[in-house]
Design a protein around this ligand. Sequence first.
Ligand code: FES
Length: 175
Amino acid sequence: MGEPPDRRGFLKVATCCVGGGVALAAGVPVVGLLVDPAGKQTVSSGKDPFDLGALSRFAVGAPPTRVEIVAPVVKDAWTAATNVVLGAAFIQRTTPDTIVALSAVCPHLGCAVGFDAKAGNYLCPCHDSRFALDGAKTTGPSERGLDPLPVKVVGDRLELTWVRYKLGQTSREPA
Ligand code: FES
């Protein structure tokens, strides 16, 4: 003798509800885990100022000093890397109170610009763009001069904020 039809129907519905509830409870955290990073801000460069050391390190009137900009930690949505070299900058102290900071990233296609001590100016080895000590372009295909970077004296130390700009255009826009 079988169960009455209404009892069988109730058991089917109850089983489906319990099964669905269990699947939902197990699935929500997994979906959240997979989707969560997409909603987080991706950090690809240091936003806080970098301590470049004592101001006395940069002698007045000396040739530009190349400094590497190293981020202690760079995170994106899924990973974190330590001691990441973001780029380099040239620092020149032209007077006790005037500091010129220029990105060493060539604005043309992003090669590393060097200081040509013999010529007393900056040279990009990739396509021979040259830049004056103040960063102005003098020759070559670069669409603009070297990008200035914000610096600040804090106590007896120098801080620099790293900015990467878009390449290959005359206007200066953060990338
Ligand atoms: S990348 Fe520097 S001149 Fe082309």
